[in-house]
Write a protein that binds this ligand. Structure first.
Ligand code: PMP
Length: 357
């Protein structure tokens, strides 16, 4: 099969063994003669999958007893709304750090049931940095951040650690590095980066928040509904949960977060070094806020884009085109992307340097 180096921003590369095992499950799940997608989600076999997926999240992230883990639907975009619904307190106010277009969308959802205060924003410089030195007031029921800005290539390195409950959209860097889950009252993440295929959304939250919201929450958007039913209130997205479980198993059996964090750092260093030592390319994000998952960069001379694009195609490099709001290039280097693929990209950049530098 053609070896493609997949730098797609999401949905994205997953481990090869996950593709194989999940394909097999469609035809013959657990050697039952039945497909995973034709059996009851209440069958023993599927309940075991859901339990295992939730347990793997707990083990890999060292989730404390205080927190629950659910696999729901709706994508992170529904998480924008659900986080606001479930965390609104007596002030009916959420504080938002607006570090990108997803963060901005999250802030908007809160305004449907309360006040949404922007405590800091980097929109003035097209979200190329993470604002610092902002103030979180005690008039806020929670503070919402986006850990990694998929489009702009910035990432929060140090999380707020004060008294106001912290909510975080971790869609594009969950499972890429160690985090201290107990500092977060709510984490949510669409599966389709480091966890699995699109279709399920992970929620990790302090059980203390359940039932405390001051706004009436529709049944399906209330985390309490799903927590009480162990993530099985209604039919879960069985395939997405199964493939996520396989990806988490792969991560755990390959050294967990300790190992993957080191790998991700090596991959990021390799590419950022090439960008920084090049006379043709420049990075888009503020250096100290650079993401290890999504590397955004551009060619200073746009006339070279076509040559570079042809060289990328020739090297079977896929998904490197930057988001339309940033332009240039974006290399998404999620957990399953091997360092060899980054080396192939770096070699192409070096070749361009020799030709045109
Ligand atoms: N937040 C972030 C950080 C994202 O990268 C994305 C999508 N890539 C979203 C939210 C929206 O996710 P979804 O498509 O699952 O709603």
């Amino acid at each position: 099969m053609l070896k493609v180096h997949n730098f797609s921003a999401g949905p994205c590369i997953l481990p090869n063994e996950v593709f194989h095992k999940s394909a097999e499950s469609i035809l013959n799940f657990n050697k039952s003669g039945l497909s995973l997608i034709e059996i009851s989600h209440r069958s023993k076999d599927f309940v075991e999958v859901m339990d295992e997926a939730r347990n793997l999240v707990k083990e890999i992230l060292s989730v404390p007893e205080t927190h629950d883990v659910l696999f729901l639907q709706g994508g992170a975009s529904l998480g924008f709304l659900m986080s606001a619904y479930n965390l609104m307190g007596s002030n009916k106010t959420g504080g938002y750090l607006v570090t990108g277009s997803w963060a901005k969308k999250a802030a908007k959802e809160a305004s449907f049931m309360g006040n949404s205060i922007v405590v800091g924003s980097s929109e003035d410089k097209n979200f190329s940095y993470i604002p610092k030195g902002y103030e979180i007031g005690d008039n806020m029921d929670y503070f919402h951040v986006t850990s990694n800005n998929t489009i702009f290539g910035t990432q929060i390195k140090d999380f707020y650690n004060g008294d106001v409950p912290l909510a975080c959209d971790m869609s594009s860097d969950i499972f890429s590095r160690k985090i201290d889950v107990k500092n977060f009252d709510l984490i949510y993440a669409g599966a389709q980066k480091n966890m699995g295929p699109a279709g399920t959304t992970l929620y990790i939250f302090n059980k203390d928040i359940l039932g405390k919201s001051t706004v009436p929450i529709p049944t399906m958007l209330d985390l309490k509904t799903h927590s009480e039913k162990d993530s099985m209130f209604n039919t879960p997205p069985v395939f997405a949960v199964y493939a996520s479980m396989l990806t988490l198993k792969w991560l755990q059996s390959n050294g967990g977060l300790n190992h993957i964090e080191k790998q991700n750092q090596l991959k990021a260093e390799l590419l950022y070094n090439q960008i920084d030592n090049s006379s043709l390319f420049s990075g888009t994000a503020n250096r100290e806020d650079r993401s290890i998952m999504n590397v955004t960069f551009s060619l200073e001379n746009e006339n070279l884009n076509e040559t570079f694009n042809n060289m990328l195609a020739h090297a079977n490099i896929n998904g490197l085109v930057g988001h339309r709001s940033v332009g240039g290039y974006r290399a998404s280097m999620y957990n399953a992307l091997p360092i060899e693929s980054v080396q192939v990209l770096v070699d192409v950049m070096k070749e361009l340097e020799i030709k045109k530098g």
